[in-house]
Write a protein that binds this ligand. Structure first.
Ligand SMILES: CC(C)(COP(=O)(O)OP(=O)(O)OC[C@H]1O[C@@H](n2cnc3c(N)ncnc32)[C@H](O)[C@@H]1OP(=O)(O)O)[C@@H](O)C(=O)NCCC(=O)NCCS
Length: 314
């Protein structure tokens, strides 16, 4: 089919029916099998039908034929107010063109539209996650940053001596969630409010575990899985010390009937954590953190250290 330009429109969905059609296109293009929850539940911050401002559909003759999310975020060094970096970033996700309309330049045109929107918001870079490097390479994206994946084995964790002075919880109020954000490694990352954190933890198949050390009150936490993604992967974590974190890993193993788990870490990792993980005799694999397109060179140096935790990816 040939496109008549006058019949093309790019805008957010405006009705529940349009949101439903968008979600059907995303499920068709991005999910090989049906899941027991709609895709919108997996991305509560960008596919929420009551706020469609981050969702961009290509309409042709009134029908949705392609979609991508654009989510403007801010980079923080830590989460303390004075550590705001002032760097704005735009995340892209849920990229799909309807099978009948592929290879006609539609996604290229949508990306041009998103890039202009991001520049208007003073964004320094576009970021996304995908294995489709050859496609994104054509649109100017390059593999960026560094993440370390450690393979953890139940057997090795079971051999460690872990004290039993820990209290487990899978629930946290906004004050605690806000506190947990500071337990993560200090590295440039996406700023996230406690309220957003609470929304993200409602994603189906997300295992949130928090431990309190009853001797000294320190908190540690981890998050494994996230909707259809990252099963068996602890993609976010924070702890004050190595022993608390070891107890947390043991808790993930005791709750999941698996011999192996993967732990995601920032590529630039504190020496104490590197020594700790190497002490567990784990396999260390290094990968690019994301695909990125620089829009403004001013913050390139900070962006080279950027690490985005799993819950923030779209
Ligand atoms: C990937 C996808 C979004 C491309 O959409 P599209 O509208 O067909 O893309 P375009 O026609 O705008 O293609 C732009 C360029 O990328 C190339 N391209 C398209 N699909 C490609 C692919 N799978 N691999 C490599 N290059 C690809 C095109 O040839 C074109 O190159 P050119 O401009 O040099 O001719 C679409 O195939 C799709 O929805 N796939 C299934 C869902 C998916 O994989 N989404 C991305 C997950 S992160």
């Amino acid at each position: 089919m040939k496109l008549k330009e006058a019949a093309v429109e790019i805008r957010p969905p405006q009705t529940l029916d349009e949101c439903h059609d968008r979600d059907a296109l995303l499920a068709l293009s991005l999910r090989e099998e049906p899941f027991p929850f709609p895709i919108s539940k997996e991305y509560p911050l960008v596919l929420n039908p009551s706020d469609t401002s981050k969702s961009f559909c290509v309409f042709y003759d009134g029908k949705i034929i392609a979609h991508a999310n654009l989510f403007h975020r801010e980079c923080a060094i830590t989460h303390y107010e004075h550590d705001r970096s002032g760097i704005k970033l735009s995340l892209i996700g849920n990229v799909a063109t309807h099978p009948d309309w592929r290879a006609k330049g539609i996604m290229r045109a949508l990306f041009e539209y998103l890039e202009i929107s991001a520049l208007k918001c003073d964004s320094s870079a576009l970021i996304l996650w995908s294995d489709l490097n050859s496609f994104y390479d054509k649109l100017g994206f390059v593999p960026w940053g560094k993440e370390i994946r450690y393979d953890l084995s139940r057997e090795k964790i079971a051999k460690c001596l872990i004290p039993n002075n820990y209290h487990f919880s899978a629930k946290a109020d906004l004050n605690i969630l806000s506190d947990l954000l500071y337990r993560r490694c200090e590295i440039p990352t996406i700023r996230r409010s406690a309220r957003e954190f609470a929304e993200l933890l409602k994603i189906p198949w997300t295992d949130f575990r928090m431990l309190k050390n009853t001797s000294n009150g320190t908190l540690s936490y981890g998050v494994m899985g996230k909707g259809a993604d990252m099963g068996g992967v602890i993609h976010e974590w924070g702890a004050e010390n190595e022993l608390d974190f070891l107890a947390l890993l043991a808790s993930f193993f005791s709750h999941n009937n698996t011999k192996k788990l993967t732990l995601l870490c920032p590529g630039i990792l504190d020496e104490k954590w590197r020594i700790f993980f190497n002490g567990l005799n784990t396999q260390e694999n290094v990968y690019p953190m994301c695909l990125l397109k620089i829009l403004q060179k001013t913050h390139k140096e900070t962006l080279e250290k950027l690490f985005v935790w799993g819950l923030d990816g779209i």
